[in-house]
Design a protein around this ligand. Structure first.
Ligand SMILES: Nc1ncnc2c1ncn2[C@@H]1O[C@H](COP(=O)(O)OP(=O)(O)OP(=O)(O)O)[C@@H](O)[C@H]1O
Ligand SMILES: NC(=O)c1ccc[n+]([C@@H]2O[C@H](COP(=O)(O)O)[C@@H](O)[C@H]2O)c1
Length: 172
């Protein structure tokens, strides 16, 4: 039995993330999705709470064969102990997945098998593009699983991101 760990902010969980989970599913029996920056919400870069992101991920993956766990991981000021912090919050895992250079470096230094995946349609499948479309009334629904659009609707997420965008002059 192999268990993987895939870390991201998932602000929101989009079709690029979904595609990466499908690819990882070929390698592992179970997958932990680490919800990074779990302590951040209500900003343009991090509009959704950890709880809302858990809903997005759980509902999007409900029909996959993979056993999945969504685990919130708060940020720490010290990169040197971040991998231990992750391990203290997550079910044990055999292999980690990320395309983030800092994450890759930290897992490598800790002696953990870390794998990258090719980017899928990265010109549009990017969190910042989805958020920009949400703010500007663009077609963001085309970039996310249907379940994510339902969670955004249920939690009035569009109203929130547009409100924080108006009051956050720093934007992204
Ligand atoms: N289109 C994609 N195809 C494959 N992997 C992706 C894609 N988009 C993001 N990822 C990977 O998923 C992980 C989590 O990504 P993250 O939550 O930061 O999303 P993002 O789209 O890069 O968002 P943001 O624009 O908010 O930084 C990272 O390792 C990232 O490289
Ligand atoms: N010191 C730390 O808290 C630390 C270090 C490396 C990554 N992280 C987090 O891991 C996540 C990585 O996800 P992304 O690939 O989506 O950026 C982010 O939430 C990031 O803040 C945190």
């Amino acid at each position: 039995m192999t268990r993987g760990f895939y870390i991201g902010r998932f602000q929101p969980f989009h079709n690029g993330h979904y595609n990466m989970v499908e690819r990882i599913a070929a390698d592992v029996d179970e997958l932990v999705l680490g919800i990074g920056s779990a302590d951040h919400s209500h900003t343009v870069r991090n509009p959704f709470t950890a709880g809302e992101r858990i809903m997005m991920i759980t509902k999007s993956l409900v029909d996959t064969d993979l056993v999945t766990y969504a685990v919130p991981i708060e940020d720490l000021d010290r990169n040197s102990v971040w991998v231990s912090h992750v391990q203290s919050m997550s079910p044990d895992f055999d292999v980690a997945y990320s395309n983030n250079p800092l994450v890759i470096q930290l897992f490598r230094e800790a002696g953990i098998d870390i794998r990258q995946s090719p980017m899928f349609n990265r010109d549009v499948l990017e969190g910042s593009e989805v958020r920009e479309r949400m703010i500007n009334d663009g077609d963001w629904e085309a970039l996310v699983p249907e379940a994510v659009a339902e969670v955004v609707d249920e939690t009035n997420g569009l109203e929130r991101i547009q409100m924080v965008s108006d009051s956050d002059s720093n934007g992204e």
